[in-house]
Design a protein around this ligand. Structure first.
Ligand SMILES: [Zn+2]
Ligand SMILES: [Zn+2]
Length: 134
């Protein structure tokens, strides 16, 4: 069982299966709704994911898609589109309690809308913490 939830804990969910796919999306709607350059999504059959606490709020992020988020803390949680992903639910995999349990993403999607510098972030210097903090 994989469990996850929003930052404040008002919304919790669980998934009984491993996801069918795990990928990173760089589209503008993901960027704007997450406030982040990309979002990792794990896709499940809709009935495999159950909200166990709280009730996420939803909003149409485009004509055929709805995004669910915590109304208390704003964490983006789910994406649902009967047009693009019939019968499925996308879960923002970084909200899992143990994101590594489902394995790494297999693909990067919507690179046509990607912020250009995202392509090279693997070349940046990396620090285990904020530089200067131990
Ligand atoms: Zn919350
Ligand atoms: Zn996207």
């Amino acid at each position: 069982m994989q469990r996850g939830g929003c930052h404040c804990g008002a919304v919790r969910y669980e998934a009984g299966l491993l996801p069918e796919r795990h990928s990173i999306c760089c589209c503008k709607d993901c960027r704007r709704t997450a406030g982040a350059p990309m979002v990792a999504w794990a896709i499940y059959p809709k009935d495999a994911v159950t909200v166990t606490k709280g009730a996420p709020k939803s909003r149409a992020s485009s004509e055929h898609a709805e995004r669910f988020f915590c109304s208390e803390c704003g964490t983006g949680l789910f994406y649902v589109s009967e047009t693009y992903l019939p019968g499925k639910i996308d879960v923002a995999s970084a909200t899992l309690d143990e994101p590594e349990l489902i394995g790494p993403p297999q693909a990067i999607l919507q690179t046509a809308e990607r912020v250009a510098w995202v392509a090279d972030i693997h070349t940046l210097p990396q620090f285990p913490r904020q530089p200067g903090m131990d």
